[in-house]
Ligand binder design. Structure first.
Ligand code: SAH
Ligand code: SF4
Ligand code: F3S
Length: 443
């Protein structure tokens, strides 16, 4: 069974703060699981913690800046209690290594994504006054045997693979997370059985490029199929897909299994073939377009989202226009949009950062405005429709409302009524904006 209730006899307190993508959320649960076994209980605040861990992200410069700011704040805790152990783990630990200790005298340990098994030993050393670094990347580590300590109770993330071999020229991930490797099919399916038995309602299978999942004969579509058969009341999601490797078999698997959510996140990055080539994205916009058409045909109600970067080196107004046209053409339900941020040691770093900041900002505002208008229009068409929603958490805006999501990943806010967290409920939509649907429970 999954250990969602911690061992109450534990005395030392661990506080973990997570930045970055869902891989880091899943890793923080692995770290918590591992340290829980070694005598640490989870703390919700850093105040009285014996160990404070920041699980960090390096994907853009501002992600790293946030951590530097946070470290400045943590000086306060170190002053108050000099015995507190402060650790930096995750992608920034992997990228900056000893520099993090040299430049911040409050950091006691630096541990990269493939070295979490060493944490108990390194924390022990730090308690005895020795700083420690472990940043070796592995070709095999998947933490297959470690039970993550999950506190959510409803939504679970399962990391099915680690690393990335795609080497998109802008991206730091292949350097911070190492080579691609898949976790065993059998252990993933077993974990899903356990999660279903402990009352979880939604599983998201995650990896940087889940379409390259392979364990013996079993590919990602086989895994999705097997996982979806575990429990018909368990919603199955996945992220992230790479457009080059998304197979017809996977599209068909999503279309034919009721509890596999009709939602696909398919990062396009740019609407210009010239830029896609410079990014080493290895597909053309025509291939991507074709894929979208296939998806829409086979899964008519599908919710689609994407990632976009503006201001990649040499991006011209014409390239940018192609991205705008593409957004108008596909009509995504949502998009994560970023200004290009140069990352040291990547191929694109050598191309220079040729698009000036003001132009990047203007292009970003333009795609955000366009995408917001598109999403607003799509969401207007949903008013009056009824959706089955999984009740996930209290609304951040009102304690009398729940928020949940539709199968297609739309966020829905509704009055609590007699509904509990984890319930599936039909909600009729009364109002909407670009990001949220508002409705009421269908009695
Ligand atoms: N593996 C996933 C996403 C990884 S990072 C994929 O391939 O889609 C999430 C997103 O961050 C990327 O899709 C990309 O849009 C953005 N990103 C990555 N590196 C970036 C950089 N150097 N500057 C700006 N955005 C970046
Ligand atoms: Fe980065 Fe590309 Fe790998 Fe995604 S597929 S993690 S963008 S290198
Ligand atoms: Fe960031 Fe590492 Fe994820 S760089 S986006 S935390 S894989």
């Amino acid at each position: 069974m999954h250990d969602i209730v911690e061992n109450p006899t534990l005395s030392k307190a661990l506080y973990v703060e997570t930045y970055g993508c869902q891989m880091n959320i899943a890793d923080s649960e692995i770290i918590s699981g591992l340290l829980n076994q070694k005598g640490y209980k989870l703390s919700e605040k850093p105040d009285n913690a014996d160990v404070i861990i920041l699980n960090t992200c390096s994907v853009r410069d501002n992600a790293e800046k946030k951590i530097h700011d946070r470290l400045n704040h943590l000086k306060f805790y170190k002053k108050k209690n000099p015995a507190v152990v402060i650790g930096i783990v995750g992608c920034m630990a992997e990228r900056l290594r000893s520099e993090l200790i040299e430049k911040n005298n409050i950091v006691d340990l630096v541990v990269g994504p493939d070295e979490y098994r060493k944490l108990p030993e390194l924390i022990n050393d730090a308690e005895n006054g020795t700083t420690g670094i472990a940043v070796r990347l592995s070709r095999v580590e998947t933490y297959d045997d470690i039970t993550p300590l999950r506190t959510n109770g409803i939504n679970a993330w399962i990391s099915i693979m680690r690393g990335c071999d795609k080497f998109c020229t802008f991206c730091v991930v292949p350097f911070t997370r190492g080579r691609e490797r898949s976790r065993s099919f059998k252990s993933i399916v077993e974990e899903v059985h356990q999660l279903s038995a402990t009352g979880f309602k939604e599983i998201t299978l995650i990896g940087q490029n889940v379409n390259s999942y392979l364990d013996g004969e079993n590919d990602f579509a086989d895994l999705m199929c097997e996982v979806s058969l575990v429990d018909q009341n368990l919603r199955i999601r996945f992220t992230t897909s790479h457009p080059q490797d998304m197979s017809d078999k996977l599209i068909e698997t999503i279309a034919t299994h009721k509890n596999i959510c009709n939602n696909i996140h398919l990062p396009v990055q740019s609407g210009s073939n010239r830029i896609l080539k410079l990014m080493n994205r290895s597909y053309s916009i025509e291939h991507y377009q074709n894929l979208i058409e296939k998806i829409k045909k086979q899964i008519p109600e599908v919710g689609l989202s994407t990632d976009l970067i503006v201001g990649f080196p040499t991006e011209t107004d014409e390239d940018h226009k192609l991205t705008l046209d593409f957004l108008n053409n596909v009509k995504y339900d949502g998009a994560y949009m970023f200004k290009y941020s140069p990352r040291e040691n990547t191929k694109a770093w050598e191309m220079g950062d040729s698009v000036p900041e003001e132009i990047k900002q203007a292009r970003l505002s333009e795609i955000i405005d366009l995408q917001n208008n598109i999403a607003t229009e799509i969401n207007k068409t949903l008013i009056g429709k009824t959706f089955n929603v999984l009740t996930e958490k209290e609304s951040s805006k009102s304690s009398s409302d729940w928020t949940g999501r539709t199968d297609t990943n739309k966020i829905v806010v509704f009055k609590k009524g007699n509904i509990n967290r984890g319930d599936y409920i039909n909600v009729v939509i009364e109002k909407s904006n670009s990001a949220t649907l508002f409705g009421k429970i269908v009695e």
